[in-house]
Write a protein of this length. Structure first.
Length: 319
């Protein structure tokens, strides 16, 4: 924690769930920041291990650490942290994943960039692979079909040769790390409680975009990201279930009724066709492919049930 009241006050927020050592590495990097006025908040999302005690012992009096009474997922867990942090009246929220290592100048550079745009923007920067520190993982996305909410990454797995060293506005950004001015939070609100995991950041970004705020990418802010480790990595059945359900919720919230109806039935047909195809695959390959399709179907059906009352997300996952 650094306090210099001449500089805008930044509240850094990250979540932990059963990954204390990873969170500790992340916190060490944040504490090396050259920015002069920030505070760190870790939300322990009701870890089932002794994360809370480990982090508290390691960083007592250096960070704020709070614990939820249940696993709220990413969206509601982050809202829990935002609700706590807003009471301290920060100028900015610096939201970041805990499976990351932050560059020492990232906060300073992102605050500087936000100030240039009169705080009418969310700011992000260069995201590198943690295990390939010179290779990009993410620098923002472009819409390829805004009416159907389809985006593509501007780059993926490219060596940093200076090709993304220009500050630019983006169509879409991810909250692997981003800086949110307080006024945007007060205007737009936090994450939607409908999401447990995945697409909550895209939903929030679109709501920010609908208010005519910008997404600004600065090449001067850097972070190194592992990716989805607290959920067992990408491609597992739990993630496929959440990804399918969240993708459906995201489209429901942002497409008009006619487009969503077409989207709904088109996706149902695709899932059923994939399931049937995987039933006839060679036996040695059948199980994993079939389970992937089954996880997608369960996510789709869970969304269909959700449509009836639209409850807040819970941690239930059948896999």
């Amino acid at each position: 924690m650094k306090t210099d009241k001449k500089a805008p006050f930044v509240y850094v927020i990250t979540l932990n769930w059963n990954t204390p050592l990873m969170t500790i590495d992340c916190l060490k990097s944040i504490l090396k920041s050259d920015y002069s006025n920030f505070r760190i908040l870790v939300v322990d999302n009701n870890s089932s291990d002794n994360s809370y005690e480990i982090i508290k012992e390691k960083f007592e009096n250096k960070i704020d650490l709070i614990r939820t009474d249940e696993n709220l997922g990413y969206a509601r867990g982050m809202n829990f942290g935002l609700g706590y942090a807003v009471k301290h009246n920060p100028d900015y929220f610096f939201i970041m994943n805990n499976d990351t290592r932050l560059d020492s100048s990232a906060i300073s550079e992102m605050v500087k960039t936000a100030h240039k745009y009169n705080n009418n923007c969310l700011v992000t920067g260069k995201v590198y692979h943690y295990d390939r520190p010179d290779v990009f993982q993410y620098v923002g996305s472009n819409f390829i079909d805004e009416k159907r909410l389809l985006t593509e990454r501007i780059c993926n797995n490219e060596l940093d040769l200076g090709q993304y060293d220009e500050e630019k506005e983006r169509d879409m950004i991810d909250d692997i790390f981003w800086l949110m001015p307080l006024k945007i939070y007060k205007d737009v609100g936090g994450y939607s409680p409908y999401f447990f995991m995945n697409y909550e950041q895209a939903d929030l970004a679109l709501r920010v975009k609908d208010k005519w705020y910008k997404f600004i990418y600065t090449p001067n802010a850097k972070i190194w990201h592992k990716g989805s480790l607290s959920t067992g990595g990408r491609g597992n059945f739990k993630m496929i279930y959440w990804n399918t359900k969240s993708w459906m919720i995201y489209n429901f919230l942002h497409l008009n009724n006619i487009k969503f109806t077409l989207f709904y039935f088109n996706n149902f047909i695709k899932i059923i066709i994939a399931l049937v195809k995987n039933l006839v695959k060679p036996l040695i390959r059948k199980k994993s492919y079939l389970m992937n399709s089954y996880a997608s179907l369960r996510g789709f059906l869970s969304f269909s049930i959700w449509l009836i009352k639209k409850p807040e997300a819970t941690s239930y996952n059948p896999f």
